[in-house]
Design a protein. Structure first.
Length: 144
């Protein structure tokens, strides 16, 4: 992958930004993913990684199995291995994290989480109806 000067790619930009957000150096990510520092640097500079390299990166950067799948899917899209799916078919990273956390909960905790999710959905539904009727947004941070 070395030698030629490359133009940064969406995946390279994403990897650099993710490392910065997580406070990780390329050497730390390399050690966690069993990839070389040079391979990661090349990806950031614009090299096209293999699907196996993407899989290793997703495993290293994700907090759980569902998050890893969502992350791997996103990275495959950024690398050009697949096309964008309709939004309703995507597993967002936030939903994946929630699923990973939920898999560690006992049944009473899951029921409580489900009731809370229903409560949030109800609030959103009421807020949508209020907007349609011209009422103030309950999520607004403006103090008038």
């Amino acid at each position: 992958m070395r030698g030629k000067r490359r133009t940064p790619t969406p995946l390279g930009d994403w990897l650099k930004e993710t490392c910065e957000k997580q406070g990780l150096s390329l050497r730390q990510v390399a050690a966690r993913s069993n990839l070389s520092h040079g391979t990661l640097a090349d990806i950031i500079k614009g090299a096209h990684p293999s699907p196996r390299t993407i899989e290793k990166l997703a495993k290293c950067l994700a907090g759980g199995d569902y998050e890893r799948l969502a992350l791997e899917d996103r990275m495959l899209l950024l690398a050009g291995y697949r096309t964008q799916r309709p939004q309703e078919q995507n597993l967002s990273q936030s939903l994946a994290r929630l699923m990973d956390m939920a898999s560690q909960l006992c049944e009473p905790q899951l029921r409580l989480m489900l009731r809370f999710a229903k409560f949030l959905a109800d609030i959103d539904r009421v807020s949508s109806r209020s907007k349609e009727a011209g009422a103030t947004n309950i999520y607004s941070s403006d103090d008038k």
